[in-house]
Design a protein around this ligand. Sequence first.
Ligand SMILES: O=C(O)CCC(=O)C(=O)O
Length: 219
Amino acid sequence: MKSTAEPFPAGECGSDLNEREKNALDRDGYLVFRDVIGPQWLENLRAAFERAMREGPQTSDKKETGTRHVANLASKDPVFEGVCTSPKVLATARQILKRPFRVSQLSGRDPLPGFGQQGLHIDWYQRSGSEPFSIVTTIWLLDDFTERNGATRLVPGSHLVPTPLPKSMQEPANRHPNQKIITASAGSVLVFNGHVYHSGTRNDSNAPRRVLQCLFLAN
Ligand SMILES: O=C(O)CCC(=O)C(=O)O
């Protein structure tokens, strides 16, 4: 597992994005890869996720009522290693960051029914238009994402906006007119430029909605 001490060199992270994917990523700031996690790995990841939750601590520095969290998964089970080394995901990170980067966080998140609504945010400081991007967020779906179970929302193209997100838009209750809810089946991976406005939404179902979050930070 790469750690903060072992950066991924910019030139060795795979080059398997096609032109369509590169264009969509540059324009919209995100890609969804389907069927990245095969059935056996998915089962093992779910089991390790639940074990890590049981062993705790169940919260991280993030305090979210009604949402289970677990941090530092890399140190908890080797089954999580593939999450940080998937070639397609690394190729996406390379396309966004264009310089060496490292894993900055590998954690789990599970908004329980009735909870999980976050305000739109970015995962790094506001950049000026001329600064390079600093962070890539990857969300690994251990359960299906539906319109109702708290799927991630994001605002396509917002990584290109050089001004801060207005305070009113950061209120959890507020919807952005251009926001999009990402629906996909378990085993998919949502990879986005961490400067894209995004957030979790409320789980209005009785279904679980567990994800792994792996963040890559430029050196
Ligand atoms: O779980 C999600 O959909 C996104 C979570 C997120 O953006 C966060 O925890 O900062």
